[in-house]
Design a protein. Structure first.
Lengths: 432, 230
């Protein structure tokens, strides 16, 4: 970074050298000026660049350290040794067998029986439609002996969304500011329930269950495993806790060699009253009132590496590290112009499939907004909202590929981010 | 102009490239100045060869080489002095650097490469290079103090020095803008840029290109065939 950039010292010195007609003087110039001043100049430039970088880096907080990535993989392509992403629910990796007797029992009691989870690769509005209509699908249960007809229903799978909700509590307990997790994939996971079927023979073994998802048939994937970059990790306090200076708390230390150097750790023992968590030379030090060593449960937060190795690329809530971003954060002024809004929205690389077009304050929400908009932080109920009288902030986007099935979900993610900044408005996104 | 650095900056403004400038010790000079122009208040660089009184600030560096015998290695000495001065020039240019300057420079970089906002980068390209840092300064200003119509007006003055901005008393969010320029792609892009960057969202801007709307009692605004309809 220079302030007078275009000048090329090395070329300049060479040019002046060629002007010298006397060979003896030219050699002298080459040696003294060429070798010495070129290096001197380069050294100076490096030093200035270093100063500028140090000044700029003062303002960059380590924003990316706790970024959460969510991805999906097919069970067949799941890699157990992957060090970056691991299953959200470890049991997902084991194939679950559906027992005939359980099905019979449930049907006898007229209960809906949960069978398995599917991923439907359709846009948010289409899925909204299925759920609102309470669509029922027909299918067959195949056993060794024969096929039984059945009627099936789908419900959004809450298990993974609950994990995100729990994660919010963990972040709060660890004094980490919450950044909405991009749960686009998770909103497309559905539990399939059997509601009715022909009476299945006793003791038969179910080989396969086939559901006809009609127009969605080509979009449904069975046996998917949601992944994230949080790995469960347990570790006991490494030594006897030290008394902290306040005489109330104890400092629990976990030695650096037990931890991964490039990972952050989130304490999941939310029941313990933690007053401080810090890293000292790689060791993790947790201050809390418990005087005995504690069996700690952590999430180890993996750092993002290249995408593409997964069938469904990871979606993250990581912000692009930019100077404008960190300095805006530093001064914390409210957003008032279009460019400020655009900068905020574009700072999330996951939003690359959408382009911010503009925003406007409206009196009424456009028709059908509920279908393609949802709040990804819907579980946070602590906002001051005035309810119905709110004005609408309509944010328009253009989609790079209008057919891309995640467009509406990514939009919801971005709008959720904007909503946090504008609690006085009801923010709604629209793809033009 | 007195010093090496302000002479170099002025030369650059006048379209001379740094690699064309050749600095050397002046034959006639005043001991009270670094410059040695024949006119004390010179405002123009008239030649690529710039003569300076090196003993004014850099006596420690150059006194030995200047005091040596004139006949020895004349070509080498002249060029050694020149290149050394080019190195010193760059150090000189960093002298005024403060944290704010570094911020502005970085913001300019992010505005140009699209890190700030892809769409803004395309419009920012239309801003003449010499005005870019002034716009970046206002961007930083806005980050520090929040957006306001006042900042929009200041940006307007940077790009369109003759602009007139009106604010309706009854409806302060309505702004009327008169621009002397006729509507061109460059002017439109630049105006769109500062609208996006600085104009608070609730404000509405109506632009009058080239022709002003008529104001009764103001003769300049009431010329026949040159009145825009409001």
């Amino acid at each position: 970074m220079g302030f007078y950039d275009e000048f090329d010292m090395e070329a300049y010195i060479d040019k002046r050298m060629l002007e010298i007609s006397e060979p003896g003087e030219r050699v002298l110039f080459k040696e003294v000026v060429g070798n010495l001043l070129k290096e001197l100049y380069r050294y100076n430039e490096e030093a200035y660049r270093g100063v500028c970088e140090r000044v700029l880096s003062e303002e960059v907080a380590g924003q990316g350290a706790y970024a959460v990535y969510v991805a999906l993989t097919d069970a067949a392509r799941y890699d157990e040794t992957d060090s970056f992403l691991s299953p959200m629910v470890p049991e997902d990796t084991k194939k679950k067998e559906i027992l005939c007797d359980d099905v019979r029992e449930a049907l006898r009691r007229r209960e809906k029986m949960q069978l398995f989870t599917v991923f439907i690769r359709a846009g948010a509005s289409a899925l909204y439609g299925i759920l609102r209509e309470k669509r029922r699908f027909y299918g067959v249960i195949k056993t060794e002996n024969r096929e039984y007809k059945g009627i099936f229903e789908i419900k959004r799978s809450e298990k993974y969304l609950k994990l995100i909700e729990r994660l919010y509590e963990v972040f709060t307990a660890n004094f980490q500011p919450w950044v909405t997790v991009c749960g686009a994939y998770l909103m497309k996971l559905f539990d399939v329930y059997l509601t009715e079927s022909e009476e299945i023979g006793k003791g038969e073994k179910i080989r396969e269950i086939e559901v006809d998802f009609e127009e969605y048939a080509g979009l449904v994937s069975y046996d998917v495993i949601p992944l994230w970059n949080l790995r469960e990790f347990q570790e006991k306090t490494s030594t006897y806790p030290d008394a902290a200076i306040d005489k109330i708390n104890y400092e629990h230390q976990i030695f650096a060699h037990r931890l991964k150097a490039d990972c952050e750790y989130l304490v999941r023992n939310t029941e313990v009253e933690i007053t401080n968590i810090r890293r000292v030379k790689g060791d993790l030090v947790i201050s809390c009132p418990v005087e005995r060593p504690v069996e700690w449960v952590f999430y180890q937060v993996g750092r993002g590496r290249g995408r593409g190795r997964y069938p469904y690329p990871p979606l993250s809530n990581e912000c692009k590290e930019s100077f404008s971003g960190s300095i805006t954060e530093m001064y914390r002024k409210s957003i008032k112009t279009k460019a400020e809004m655009a900068r905020l929205i574009e700072s999330f690389p996951s939003g690359d499939c959408l382009e911010f077009k503009g925003c406007a304050v409206e009196k009424e929400a456009p028709e059908g907004w509920e279908a393609c908009n949802y709040n990804m932080d819907g579980f946070i109920q602590d906002e001051i909202r005035v309810g119905g009288a709110q004005q609408i902030l309509l944010i328009s986007f253009a989609a790079k590929d209008p057919e891309y099935y995640l467009n509406e979900d990514i939009m919801s993610f971005l709008v959720t981010q904007v909503q946090k900044i504008f609690p006085e408005y009801h923010c709604i996104g629209r793809i033009e | 102009m007195n010093f090496l650095w302000d002479i170099a900056l002025r030369a650059q403004q006048q379209g001379r490239r740094e690699e064309e400038l050749f600095f050397c010790q002046a034959k006639d000079y005043s001991p009270f100045y670094e410059q040695s122009f024949s006119c004390l208040n010179e405002t123009k660089i008239r030649s690529d060869t710039v003569e300076l009184n090196l003993l004014y600030r850099f006596a420690d560096i150059f006194q030995d080489i200047l005091a040596g015998e004139a006949g020895e290695y004349p070509q080498f000495k002249a060029r050694l002095i020149d290149t050394a001065l080019h190195v010193i020039l760059h150090t000189d240019l960093y002298h005024g650097v403060t944290r704010r300057e570094i911020y502005i420079h970085k913001l300019m970089e992010e505005l140009e490469n699209g890190t700030f906002w892809r769409e803004a980068a395309e419009k920012y390209r239309w801003v003449p290079p010499r005005r870019r840092s002034r716009i970046a300064t206002l961007v930083l200003n806005q980050m520090q103090t929040g957006a306001s119509v006042m900042l929009f007006r200041r940006a307007l003055v940077v790009l369109f020095p003759d602009a007139v901005l009106y604010r309706l008393k009854a409806e302060p969010e309505k702004l009327l803008l008169y621009l002397k320029e006729s509507r061109s792609q460059s002017a439109q892009q630049q105006l769109a840029l500062i609208e996006d960057l600085f104009l608070p969202l609730r404000c509405h801007l109506r632009v009058f290109w080239k022709y002003h709307f008529g104001i009764i009692g103001v003769d300049d605004a009431m010329r026949l065939d040159e009145i825009a309809i409001y």
